[in-house]
Write a protein that binds this ligand. Structure first.
Ligand SMILES: *Cc1c(COP(=O)(O)O)cnc(C)c1O
Length: 410
């Protein structure tokens, strides 16, 4: 396996920022106290640091410190939000509304709840990956207790109209959860302005460490309650038991502060490089299509189908560049991504889809290099394809690395 030299998989995870890393170091060694230890300075020290982190994050999201619950990441936050709210409000109703393009950690909780007496409506999306707000309105019934719709999609980068959704939810008195994992650092997040009741995010997608995230839980207008999934000590207001991941929390707070400080610059740079990238691809490669709306999209994402090319073969030939498929390999077969399926793009285009994620350390030089590599590799694969002697899946089938589950878990 060749070592990749360009990283364009920022939706899967991000490298840790030096400033985040340095902020965490003291809490991995000197300041090791348990913030729940109330009778000595070891505990006070970390308690104070966690309090400061909570305050800083809350002010960043226009929330109150009391509304931030630290978790192990967005998967857990999504689980607590959806299952926790469903169980808490079961007496009020059993209907949940979500969408077919959500992250697996939302869809899997919904599937679990369906097996346990809940009704789930999966809103359809159009070819651009957008929902119809009228359909959302129509789907709400007297028994609807929760709407869960992501802020920005992790495969196609499409942004839902969160403020409008929040408005509809408020009007109909339904709790609104959003998975904001991919939106953090790409736009200003304001839980008040957007009418968000529950919001998930994770540190490792924003240049922080893996294994730490948070769930925002609205405390007033309305005061939202959730059943805990993990019980034990009384940490995190009895919503999430377990000793706090202090270094992780410090890193998460620093990562959020940095994203906020750098927001305008990063958005502009990302958009410029992304547009340059797309232009380069369009100039050099024929028969490509962008999956998902370009207008309502985070600035660092592209998801492109190279017609007639197997994305799997493409990525294997370009293993000097870290990328992800727009589909998922399950055992010997490749399953198109549930997101692209929901967009109803042509079957062939689903297998030729590649996801590109740009980030803080992406350079113009790298983008030019990737355009160059894509141009030559797509041309090569297309010429192979037209030659009947060669099987275009031969290399793909032989490679053991691609025989395991490569579904979108990120
Ligand atoms: C990465 C991701 C998750 C999962 O986050 P973890 O912290 O890795 O559990 C959930 N939702 C979206 C949209 C993601 O991109």
């Amino acid at each position: 396996m060749k070592e990749a030299r360009v990283y364009l998989d920022y939706h899967a995870t991000t490298p840790i920022d030096d400033r985040v890393y340095n902020s965490m170091l003291p809490f991995l060694k000197e300041h090791f106290g348990n913030p729940s230890s109330t009778f000595h300075s070891y505990g006070w020290k970390t308690q104070e640091a966690v309090d400061d982190a909570r305050k800083s994050i809350a002010s960043n999201l226009n929330a109150k410190p009391r509304e931030i619950v630290f978790t192990s990441g967005s998967t857990e936050s999504n689980n607590i939000a959806i299952r926790g709210a469903a169980e808490k409000y079961r007496d009020k109703g059993n209907h949940i509304i979500t969408c077919g393009t959500e992250h697996k950690s939302v869809l899997s909780v919904c599937a679990y709840l369906e097996k346990n007496g809940f009704d789930v409506t999966y809103l359809p999306v159009d070819r651009d990956g957008l929902i119809d707000l009228n359909k959302l309105n129509d789907a709400i019934t007297d028994s609807t207790i929760l709407i869960s719709l992501m802020f920005a999609n992790n495969e196609i980068g499409v942004i839902h109209p969160i403020e409008e959704i929040g408005g509809i939810a408020k009007e109909k008195n339904v709790i609104f959860h959003t998975d904001a994992t991919q939106a953090v650092g790409k736009m200003k997040l304001d839980v008040q302005k957007c009418g968000i009741d529950l919001m998930s995010m994770t540190a490792h997608k924003i240049y922080g460490p893996k294994g730490v995230g948070l769930l925002y839980i609205r405390s007033a207008n309305p005061s939202v309650q959730v059943e805990p999934l993990i019980v034990g000590g009384s940490q995190e207001y009895n919503i999430r038991a377990g000793t706090l991941n202090v270094p992780g929390i410090i890193g998460l707070a620093k990562a959020i502060t940095l994203c906020d400080d750098l927001l305008q610059d990063e958005v502009e740079t990302s958009r410029r490089l992304r547009d340059m990238f797309l232009e380069g691809i369009r100039e050099n490669i024929e028969n490509i299509s962008v999956n998902g709306s370009l207008e309502y999209r985070i600035p660092n994402n592209l998801n492109i189908s190279f017609r007639g090319v197997e994305a799997q073969a493409l990525l294997m030939m370009m293993d000097d560049i870290a990328l992800s498929l727009g589909s998922a390999c399950l055992g010997d077969t490749i399953e198109p991504s549930h997101v692209l399926r929901a967009l109803h793009i042509p079957e062939g285009d689903m297998y030729s889809a590649v996801r590109f994620g740009l980030g803080r350390y992406t350079s113009e030089e790298e983008i030019k290099y990737v355009v160059h590599r894509l141009t030559e590799t797509v041309a090569m694969l297309r010429s192979q394809h037209s030659s009947p002697k060669q099987s275009r899946t031969k290399t793909a089938k032989k490679d053991k690395r691609y025989e395991k589950d490569r579904s979108f878990n990120e």
